[in-house]
Design a protein around this ligand. Structure first.
Ligand code: 5AD
Ligand code: SF4
Length: 453
């Protein structure tokens, strides 16, 4: 017989996979549970509640979750042998997609909760604690943004110099390969004033950089105080007025929502960093059409040109999928060519992975695994070459670095360049949280070294 820990001393351990949205959701879940007396466990063995915050976007996601659950089960059983109860919850997009199947396949799981229902977590846990096995994967009619606890000041303080803030969630685009419209639901934006309040609170607690998050962040259309709809540029303008906030970023964007005024914001607003992540997925119009992306290569190139004209030195990154059904060698070469032509500073590339329930999963001409692997290797080799060239081009230059933390050895501090490159330099710890000029002296595989000037 195991006994639950007293409410005041309970500990939660959240393990997150996948995108920044999940990282942010994990913080919000911890905030919601703090109100129930849960503090954070530093190791899984101490946790009275383990939450796996899962990702469903690519490859064998579900299988990975079950193998991870097997490991959590061992912790659960070891604690049970000591008379301690461990609750196990599965959250995130696999929870949304698999629902009750998770309870069937892993008997130790108490609760399955989709991303739309995190504000109900305390209530759902109480139900699970009283012995029910709970599945919550409905899309509730209320706006989940309205119910999430505001982050507590102590929770904010632990978050360091750079923070993420979700401003938009969900997607109505239905690219034929993608599960997001199914797992994250319809597009929704948080009201402008709420976001501004959150960011002010973060800035008061020492946060100098925010990254605005959304699956389609540039489709943001939040209501302002007067009830008018405002786009991403308006929001960024308001945030730029917060003195203590030094840097603003946003991710991830869709080409079709890239408005002229957002492009011009990169010219007009200094705090908006000159680095844009804009997924294109393929350099072939034929493949883009089959992907239901609703834009062509020319449209994407046009945005790239306008961004470069708006802000000198702006850098770009993108997402690519190789081996989409029907992709030929010529299609793939067009993707390589787009990568070269746009001079991407970095990129993420993925082998196409059929996601259950999506249109592309049913297409006949699936590309053989070996071909996907070979294309991925070529694209990634090209990416490494371009990233290294981009990094090498900063050597000898003086760049602004926002210092975020102590470095590996004593006297060293680390931070980020405007282009999200990790930079290390020798300097005083009181620079952490501030922007300083650094002359870049050399490049390492995953970072740059420099000297304060
Ligand atoms: N297969 C491979 N990659 C995918 N992505 C999304 N769905 C799939 C899929 N089914 C990639 C896209 C997207 C990124 C977040 O993940 O490139 O931009
Ligand atoms: Fe998925 Fe396309 Fe929506 Fe991005 S825009 S989340 S790839 S459906």
């Amino acid at each position: 017989m195991t006994t639950p820990a007293p409410a005041a001393s309970r500990k939660v351990f959240v393990k997150s996979y996948g995108c920044q949205m999940n990282v942010y959701d994990a913080e919000r879940m911890k905030d919601a549970l703090a109100g129930e007396g849960y503090s954070e466990a530093s190791v899984i063995e101490d946790a009275d509640l383990v939450i796996l915050n899962t990702c469903h976007i690519r490859e064998r996601a579900t299988e990975k979750v079950f193998s991870e659950l097997g490991k959590v089960r061992e912790v659960h059983d070891a604690r049970a042998a000591r008379g301690e109860k461990t609750m196990i919850a599965v959250a995130g997009c696999v929870a949304q997609a698999e629902g009750g199947e998770i309870l069937r396949r892993q008997a130790a799981v108490d609760l399955v909760v989709g991303p739309q229902s995190y504000h109900r977590l305390p209530d759902l846990l109480r139900r699970a604690e009283s012995g029910a096995r709970v599945v919550e994967t409905e899309f509730p009619p209320e706006d989940k943004f309205d119910h999430l606890a505001a982050p507590s000041p102590t929770a904010i303080r632990g978050r360091g110099v750079a923070a993420f803030v979700t401003i938009q969630e969900g997607c109505d685009k239905f690219c034929s390969f993608c599960v997001v419209p199914f797992t994250r639901g319809a597009e929704a934006s948080r009201p402008l004033a709420r976001v501004v309040e959150d960011v002010k609170r973060l800035a008061d607690a020492g946060v100098a950089e925010v990254t605005l998050l959304g699956q389609n962040v540039n489709a943001y259309h939040g209501l302002d105080e007067g009830g008018a709809t405002r786009g991403l540029r308006s929001l960024i303008e308001r945030l730029a007025g917060i003195d203590a906030l030094k840097r603003i970023r946003y991710t991830t964007s869709h080409p079709n929502d890239f408005s002229g005024d957002l492009i011009a914001a990169h010219r007009d607003i200094d705090k908006l960093m000159p680095f844009v992540h804009l997924p294109v997925q393929s350099g072939s119009d034929r493949v883009l059409k089959a992907m239901n992306r609703k834009h062509d290569v020319a449209k994407f190139m046009g945005i790239v040109d306008e961004l470069r004209a708006a802000r000198a030195g702006i850098a770009l990154s993108s997402d690519f999928i190789v081996g989409f059904p029907g992709e030929t060698e010529a299609d793939f070469e067009a993707t390589l060519e787009l990568m070269r032509q746009t001079g991407m500073a970095s990129a993420f590339s993925f082998k196409y992975s059929p996601r259950p329930g999506t249109k592309a999963a049913e297409l006949a001409e699936q590309v053989p695994e070996a071909v996907k692997a070979e294309r991925l290797a070529r694209l990634q080799a090209q990416e490494i070459q371009q990233r290294q060239a981009f990094n090498a081009a900063t050597v000898g230059r003086v760049v602004d670095v926002l210092f975020e933390k102590k470095g590996r050895h004593a006297g060293q501090i680390g931070g980020k360049s405007p282009w999200l490159q990790a930079v290390h330099a020798d300097g005083p710890e009181d620079l952490i949280g501030r922007v300083a000029s650094v002359k870049i002296t050399s490049t390492k595989p995953n970072s740059l070294a420099g000297e304060l000037v």
